[in-house]
Design a protein around this ligand. Structure first.
Ligand code: NAD
Length: 260
């Protein structure tokens, strides 16, 4: 379905981004990966998923807290892949502390990576999408883009911000072939959440298994994690012709979190 398109998935060396990159490749999209840590194994996995379609994969290690590096990433996409047709703004970090103790540099980093990076990739990708009159921008927000939790002021502010950015750009592109939407996952068992489970176990003097159950029980009525693959399939749907009039949505996939 996505043959001939190029997807850039930020923060795709792990977790949700890797799940989305894999599913887009399986539909035939060329995929540019980005993120920290080992990128070879993730790139091989994405390559294998797209093998039947002969997809190409690439990697750029831009630090998305740095606008100049984002510009280099987008220039690389233009040079080596002819631009970005599907932009998945997924890179994100978390830090938990009460607002009065929140380290200023953590606030700045969360706002830069979880919110401002999507502004920069969007402003740089959009002219090419408009020229082709086709594009998909998918912002990975969070249930925390729509409701809050204590201790997560920066994350909640950034995620509410990216839902707002999604709506504004969806309006600016409403009469074009470019759609802009946000996906709002509930808990997904990735390194970002495993750290919160480990902290909860250590602070509460409970087992990791108990901490995992408590974490789910507090917010997610299904008591099951959402998977990166399920989120990848939602991204594939948003890229499909059936989703042409899904614009400016903040689509939750959260085991019932937001129904409460
Ligand atoms: P993760 O830690 O597994 O992956 C984060 C990715 O972002 C990694 O590839 C990492 O290398 C990359 N990254 C981090 N800082 C970066 C930077 N400065 N520049 C470039 N890349 C950077 O986390 P995840 O859980 O897969 O999270 C992915 C996205 O999903 C985030 O935006 C997160 O807020 C969001 N999200 C996660 C959950 C969840 O439960 N895991 C729920 C809702 C939303």
């Amino acid at each position: 379905m996505l043959q001939g398109k190029t997807a850039l998935v930020t923060g795709s060396t792990s977790g949700i981004g890797l799940g989305i990159a894999t599913r887009l490749a399986a539909q035939g999209a060329h995929v540019i990966l980005n993120g920290f840590g080992d990128h070879q194994a993730p790139q091989e996995a994405v390559q294998a998923a797209g093998q039947q379609h002969g997809v190409r994969t690439g990697f750029h290690g831009a630090d998305l807290s740095k606008p100049a590096e984002i510009a280099e990433l987008m220039a690389y996409a233009e040079r080596d892949f002819g631009g970005v047709d599907i932009l998945v703004n997924n890179a994100g970090i978390q830090f938990v502390a009460p607002v009065e103790d929140f380290p200023v540099e953590k606030w700045d980093a969360i706002l830069a990576i979880n919110l401002s990076s999507a502004f920069h990739t969007t402003r740089l990708a959009l002219p090419g999408m408009k020229r082709k009159d086709w594009g998909r921008i998918i912002n990975i927000a969070s249930a925390h883009g729509l409701v809050a939790s204590a201790g997560k002021s920066a994350y909640v502010a950034a995620k509410h911000g990216i839902v707002g950015l999604t709506k504004a750009v969806a309006l600016e592109t409403a009469r074009t072939g470019v759609t802009v939407n946000a996906i709002c996952p509930g808990w997904v068992l990735t390194p970002l959440v495993q750290k919160q489970i480990d902290d909860r176990a250590a602070n509460g003097g409970i087992t990791v298994e108990q901490a995992r159950r408590d974490l789910l029980g507090e917010k997610q009525p299904s008591l099951e994690f959402v998977t990166p693959e399920q989120l990848g399939d939602l991204a594939v749907f948003l890229c499909s012709p059936a989703a042409q009039q899904v614009r400016g949505a903040a689509w939750n996939m959260d085991g019932g979190w937001l129904a409460q």
